[in-house]
Design a binder for this molecule. Structure first.
Ligand SMILES: Cc1ncc(COP(=O)(O)O)c(C=O)c1O
Length: 345
């Protein structure tokens, strides 16, 4: 079996998770509710300190619904220039909600209050009005970077001063929580709508949730239905997410540890540069003259799967299915791969 570091979405449900899925009590969640889905929604709302939450088939659909609630058609939604909603969601916000995403280039890893303040345009009858700001924590494109809660709150506060709603893409908010010890609710408090995913490091096969105020729940439900996200006996999937929250949340610290050890070993190999990871994502900048495609292809020969992130950047992600021994072996193979390619230039 290759060591698969392409993403934390590649995890397979554990035997105990599958047992929990088999045992799940279910109902028709679109008709009159599924008890396991309801239990999951209540658990997520409580963890995030939000009034309510809805279960979704994917983070993308939950993000689109969040942006639907936050944004208004014909307006702009500000986001980080490397945000998942901008780079990887197939222009869904534009297609479905008719909003234009306006990217803000961060001066450091991830946008902060000063970046947002500098980007906001004064009202003008010639420019689109802004309706919302979307934030991402941890930040996938920035190598799993954590935005500390004070920075996140200050950034959101600038948006609010200008009358903007705030959405938080917290696909990996779990990782931010475990890495910093900051309660999930402290992060969630900064936003009106918060998306969290169960199918990344938590290891569930499918699913995400969108948390919001009770007053917006009916609208969120309707948008989810419109997107085709009304699921029937979805308690089978919700059971996996509940199991993941119970047993796989605190262990994310192990993934962070593996990522740090891997980064330490690969940094400097053949002059590769590795940004020390905050969480479970490691970005490797190839040595001059070595391409990401070369590194990915050569590592695959050594049974380590990586993702090319750009022409010269490779991504490695640590998760539930990567043991300490796997992480150490992958580090040795990737370091040797990069050194060999650099030597052969
Ligand atoms: C930061 C972030 N947001 C949203 C998503 C979308 O989640 P999904 O793949 O469940 O649609 C991802 C997926 O990798 C992500 O990394």
């Amino acid at each position: 079996m290759p060591i698969d570091l392409r993403s934390d979405t590649v995890t397979r449900p554990t035997a105990r998770m599958r047992e929990a899925m088999v045992r799940a009590e279910v109902g028709d969640d679109v008709l009159d509710g599924d008890p396991t889905v309801q239990a999951l929604e209540a658990r997520v709302a409580a963890l995030l300190g939000m009034e309510t939450a809805l279960f979704f088939p994917s983070g993308t659909m939950a993000n689109m619904t969040g942006l639907w609630l936050a944004g208004e058609p014909g307006t702009e939604v500000y986001c980080d220039a490397r945000a998942h909603v901008l780079d990887w969601e197939i222009a869904g916000a534009a297609v479905f909600r008719g909003v234009q995403l306006r990217p803000i280039v961060a001066r450091t890893a991830v946008i902060d209050a000063d970046d947002v303040r500098a980007a906001l345009r004064p009202p003008s009858r010639y420019a689109p009005r802004a309706s919302a700001l979307t934030l991402e924590n941890t930040h996938n494109g920035a190598g799993g970077a954590v935005t500390a809660v004070d920075t996140l709150a200050a950034t959101a506060a600038v948006a609010r001063e200008h009358g903007l709603a705030v959405h938080l893409d917290g696909a990996r908010l779990w990782n931010a929580h475990v890495a910093t010890g900051t309660p999930l609710a402290d992060f969630a408090r900064v936003a009106d709508t918060v998306m969290v995913s169960f199918s990344k490091g938590l290891g569930a096969p499918v699913g995400a949730a969108l948390a919001c105020a009770q007053a917006r729940r009916d609208e969120a439900w309707e948008v989810r239905k419109r997107f085709g996200g009304g699921m029937r006996q979805s308690g089978i999937l919700a059971a996996a997410a509940l199991h993941a929250l119970e047993y796989h949340l605190e262990r994310l610290a192990e993934d962070h540890h593996h990522a740090r050890e891997f980064a330490r070993e690969v940094h400097g190999a053949g002059e590769a540069r590795v940004v020390p990871p905050d969480t479970n994502i490691v970005m490797i900048d190839c040595p001059p003259g070595v391409t990401a495609t070369d590194v990915v292809a050569r590592a695959r020969d050594g049974d380590v799967l990586l993702s090319p992130w750009s022409a010269t950047r490779v991504r490695a992600v640590f998760h539930l299915d990567v043991s300490a021994a796997d992480a150490a072996r992958a580090a040795a193979i990737v370091a040797a791969t990069v050194s060999d390619l650099a030597a052969a230039r």
